[in-house]
Design a binder for this molecule. Structure first.
Ligand SMILES: *Cc1c(COP(=O)(O)O)cnc(C)c1O
Length: 393
């Protein structure tokens, strides 16, 4: 560790962005050196910067990072360094975190249901962008900001689209038939009026964005109001085994074309990527505590960083790091996995293809877990990991 830093001094700004994380040249080095009883969270800052630059260069509007995907301060700071200045926050704690970590960031409170305290406090902290999906929430925002004249208000639309692996339409979004009425009413108090939507997470089909944009256009037209901003939300996908989405640039192209075709060319445009910005920038290394046939008992699971591997049975790219550095078998087996807690829900069906000779003390690395991994871990049963390290080549 010291050796790496002595030979590879990081520039001052990189040190700031690493936020005190230890750095290693590889996952293998990190696992060997940390001697950690818990799983080890791996962060790849260079990958994060690269993806952020792709969004900044490719999407023609403003990129809001959806903080819930990974609120680690090192992630926020690297995004800032890459040029991200705008953040989609959903809770008062997320407002506080970003405001404290990145003074000067533009915050958008895009949760359509907020407490009155949260609205009031966020406004006092400089937040001007708020979303809502009902008249009652709009009234809450007006009241708690004392009728402020500098609000950027976004009506969240309940668009009906197909293509996402994770549906997000079940909970929020104004029905399209009453959206025009709410838009007319919001026009009165908004300095800048916007619409937003979310096509669902891990959206595999760019056409879903085009369909949503066209439905937004219909609602705005029916309202007959002037619109200042359109926010096409998150949902951009990442490659997982068995899920190979089109390139991000294809999504941008379809979105830009749909904006132009629906009369949104001249207006401010936002997007809110979470998963696609950070997923490939993180991984978790979990140790095999015991093997029983084709079952692996790991030190991380559904109450930890692997909720998505267990509950929606999401496939992650995985690889084995043999504890003793041995050359592992070429034959693979589809394993099942169990997390460390005593709850029998703490299981991951897989099958996880790994070498046939997996042994106790080997480590399984789940890649593309920079989104909705570390941020979702609980402390149930005393199993959780606070060890995060950066892998910097
Ligand atoms: C979760 C969420 C996002 C990010 O979604 P991804 O699928 O991770 O891109 C963006 N906007 C809102 C309002 C969200 O709730």
């Amino acid at each position: 560790m010291q050796v790496i830093e002595a030979f590879r001094p990081l520039p001052q700004n990189q040190n700031w962005a690493l936020d005190g994380l230890k750095t290693y040249m590889s996952a293998e080095d990190a696992i060997a050196d940390e001697q950690c009883n818990d799983s080890v969270h791996l962060f790849y800052p260079e990958k994060l910067m690269e993806t952020a630059r792709r969004f900044l260069a490719g999407f023609r509007g403003t990129n809001l990072y959806a903080v819930k995907a990974n609120p680690h301060e090192a992630v926020l700071k690297h995004l800032w360094q890459a040029g991200v200045r705008d953040f989609d926050v959903a809770s008062l704690r997320e407002v506080e975190l970003v405001a404290k970590t990145l003074p000067g960031a533009n915050l958008y409170f895009m949760h359509p249901v907020k407490s009155r305290q949260a609205i009031r406090y966020a406004y006092a902290m400089g937040v001007r962008g708020f979303s809502f999906d009902s008249l009652d929430e709009l009234v809450k925002i007006e009241e708690e900001t004392s009728g402020a004249s500098d609000l950027k208000l976004f009506l969240r639309l309940g668009v009906v689209v197909k293509g996402a692996a994770y549906e997000l339409s079940g909970k929020f979004g104004a029905p399209l038939d009453i959206a025009p009425l709410i838009l007319q009413r919001a026009r009165v108090s908004a300095q800048r009026l916007g619409v937003c939507f979310h096509v669902g997470s891990q959206c595999m089909n760019p056409q879903a964005f085009a369909d949503a944009i066209s439905q937004a256009a219909t609602a705005v037209k029916a309202a007959g109001v002037h619109l200042d901003v359109i926010d096409v939300g998150g949902g951009f996908p990442v490659a997982y085994p068995g899920m190979e989405p089109p390139a991000l640039e294809d999504f941008f192209a379809v979105i830009h074309k749909a904006l132009d075709a629906n009369g949104f060319s001249g207006i401010e445009t936002l997007c809110e990527p979470g998963r696609a910005l950070v997923a490939e920038a993180g991984a978790v290394a979990a140790r095999v505590e015991l093997r029983k046939g084709e079952d692996l008992y790991l030190n991380d699971g559904t109450y930890g960083a692997l909720f998505d591997a267990g509950v929606p049975e999401w496939p992650f790219p995985i690889r084995l790091v043999a504890a003793d550095g041995r050359e592992t078998s070429r034959e693979t087996i589809g394993y099942r996995a169990y997390g460390p807690t005593c709850d029998s829900c703490d299981k991951m069906a897989g099958p996880f293809p790994l070498p046939a000779d997996v042994r106790e003390s080997d480590w399984v690395i789940f890649e593309h877990l920079g989104a909705y991994g570390h941020s979702m871990q609980a402390r149930f049963n005393g199993f959780y990991s606070e060890t995060m390290v950066a892998i910097v080549k």
